[in-house]
Design a protein around this ligand. Structure first.
Ligand code: M6R
Length: 614
């Protein structure tokens, strides 16, 4: 989604802002802009549709080199259009106070229409269709000599969500930033302060950061930041140290972040598993859940809330929790959950799964769960993210930063963590120590099994070439492999723009089979686990309609291999670990198809890495 960067210090704000925007490109955007407070006391604003590279070129053309080098404070933004087309006029920063004040904003101002009417009645002239421009004028209206007070007054009048950064020529050497529902981080450097919506824009400058919390507003200067409530009471926020290396946010020789992250999976899973398996009791140690055996044993139902790929991981979780822990489990799309007035009680555990920890609908579902008195746990990758903090208990994935918009290593880490949770819950119930120990071994073996899939990369690329021309595709799976079929279809459509659908294998003949012919490839998940024979029957039905079938089969399963047109070979696993290895093969398949079709793999059209609006 949209990205914010702000800088105040001694160096060229222009360079730091532009390089920060580059770091945020992965989040998805359609236009970008910069506002620089120049040494001469002016404001240079440049906006551009398209990529940050185009903005940079425009800056060089329109702002003199000395002005760019001399500006030591400014704000910048990448916009993912919500209100109004991705045009230059709608790009941020938005201006007010006769061009003296500039503001960038992530989120949505829900009462913008009413506010705009009021401001227009007072003579404000609007030049964009955005909700954000309202905020810029509102701040200017309240400015009586203190920018922080003006921003606070303005924000008290808005409904909706925001991460904002504001500069004004009336207040050189300072930025004012604030958040509600949209992340903002302040990086504390040596004689400089960098603000961003995501630490990846900060980490090359400093590792000392402060995560703003909802309702915070801060005055940011070169020497640091002072944080307040909107009522001007000083608040203290902890300084945290960002642990990941800058290299984790770089491609390190890979053509795309997605490919790098696919190949990082053995290490990501190792990190997710490390120190969490108990080889004596045959259980898992998940201290962040903060639930003892008695409390775990008294949970009656799990409700998993998530969106997109994380929801698919949650759907795998249903098979894990019900199979290993006899625990009724309902995976719910988070937006549907939040609006359905869910029936929840004190013996329900709501598990919110979110790579980013910032997805608006999943966050709202967490709040609904807390409100209704259920236990709530977060499964997040981003440390310190809003969902992780608000849930109060949970398990971090430790998969490392995921930059590619298409989620890969987060999915396999989510499934692995869910497997450990199911093991732990199961051991508090009917799962025997022996069965627990076997599962511990299977989980520990997962990184190696994933290595074996990655070793098939060339073979998968060759198969991908045969299917890259398709315009539609079906993915079929049964039981625990059904959510993996959904995930395979999602990956393919996201990055290759091929229309793809995932189905329970048995569902095909209840309608979708009508679409089968020689132009409709079917990707069949045929791992040698219970249910395979039945899916092979469905494969026959597909081939009888001349659909080309690509089978994902267990490495030594020649019977299954003979029944399909092409194969991708997978290592032998149990049913519980099959989704992980299968997902990795499907990620590679989608990646190679998209590459052959010349798609923009790391920033697919219309998509955003973290969906912070409803
Ligand atoms: O950060 P989250 O896990 O909450 O994100 C949820 C979805 O937006 C995300 O998984 C999305 O579906 C990805 N583009 C999938 O590749």
């Amino acid at each position: 989604m949209c990205g914010i960067v702000g800088y105040v210090g001694k160096r060229s704000a222009c360079d730091i802002l532009v390089s920060g925007l580059r770091r945020l490109e992965y989040r998805g955007y359609d236009s970008a802009g910069v506002a620089l407070l120049t040494q001469g006391g002016g404001l240079e604003v440049v906006k551009q549709t398209g990529k940050v590279a185009a903005l940079e070129a425009r800056l060089s053309e329109t702002v003199a080199a000395e002005a760019r080098a001399g500006a030591c404070a400014g704000i910048a933004h990448t916009r993912w259009a919500t209100h109004g087309l991705p045009t230059e006029a709608n790009a941020h920063p938005h201006l007010a106070d006769g061009g003296r004040l500039a503001l960038v904003h992530n989120g949505i101002i829900e009462n913008y229409a009413a506010l705009r009417r009021q401001l227009e009645a007072r003579g404000c002239v609007f030049v964009s269709q955005t909700d954000t421009e309202v905020l810029a004028h509102l701040v200017a209206t309240f400015d009586a000599g203190d920018l922080l007070a003006a921003v606070s007054q303005a924000l008290k009048r808005v409904e909706g969500t925001y991460g904002v950064a504001v500069v004004s020529t009336r207040y050189p050497g300072q930025l004012v930033v604030a958040r509600r529902g949209s992340p903002l981080v302040i990086g504390l450097g040596e004689g400089e302060t960098i603000v961003a919506s995501d630490v990846s824009a900060i980490v090359s400058h400093t590792r000392q950061v402060v995560y703003l919390q909802d309702g915070d507003v801060a005055r940011v200067a070169a020497g640091g930041a002072q944080i307040y409530t909107l009522d001007q009471a000083v608040v203290d926020r902890e300084v945290s140290c960002v642990e990941w290396e800058i290299g984790a946010a770089e491609k390190s020789g890979y053509e795309h972040f997605m490919l790098k992250e696919i190949f990082e999976q053995p290490a990501a899973l190792q990190n997710a598993i490390r120190g969490r398996l108990d080889p004596v009791l045959g259980t898992a140690l998940l201290s962040g859940l903060n639930l003892g055996p008695r409390e775990l044993a008294s949970i009656r139902r799990l409700v998993i809330v998530a969106c997109g790929t994380s929801l698919h991981a949650g759907m795998v979780g249903k098979y894990l929790f019900e199979g290993l822990a006899d625990m009724p489990t309902d995976p719910e799309q988070a937006a549907e959950f939040r609006y359905c007035n869910p029936i929840l009680g004190a013996d329900d555990l709501v598990v919110a799964i979110s790579q980013s920890g910032e997805t608006a609908d999943t966050l709202a579902a967490v709040r609904e769960g807390i409100q209704k008195g259920a236990l709530v746990a977060g499964l997040c990758n981003v440390v310190g993210s809003t969902i992780a903090r608000e849930a109060g208990r949970g398990v971090y994935l430790h998969a490392g930063p995921e930059i590619g918009v298409a989620s890969t290593k987060a999915f396999t880490a989510q499934v692995t963590v869910l497997l450990m949770m199911a093991l732990k819950l199961g051991r508090c119930r009917r799962l025997s120590r022996e069965a627990g120990l076997t599962l511990c071994e299977e989980i520990a073996a997962l990184p190696g099994k994933v290595e074996a899939v990655l070793a098939q990369n060339d073979a998968i690329a060759a198969v991908a070439a045969k299917y890259a021309g398709a315009e539609n595709a079906f993915f079929i799976g049964r039981g625990i492999l059904y959510p993996t079929a959904l995930e395979g279809a999602l990956k393919l459509k996201e990055i290759s723009y091929i229309h793809a659908e995932g189905y329970q294998a048995a569902e095909l003949k209840h309608g979708p089979i009508a679409l089968l012919d020689e132009r409709m490839p079917v990707i069949a998940l045929l791992n040698d686990i219970p249910g395979k024979e039945k899916t092979l029957g469905n494969v026959q039905e597909c081939r009888a309609r001349r659909a080309p079938v690509l089978g994902l089969v267990t490495e030594d399963d020649e019977e299954a291999a003979r029944m399909v047109c092409d194969t991708i070979r997978l290592p032998r696993t149990s049913a519980y670990t099959a989704p992980v290895v299968t997902a990795v093969a499907l990620q590679l398949l989608s990646y190679h198809v998209a590459r052959l079709r010349g798609c923009e793999i790391d920033q697919p059209r219309n998509l955003a890495k973290s969906v912070t609006v409803e």
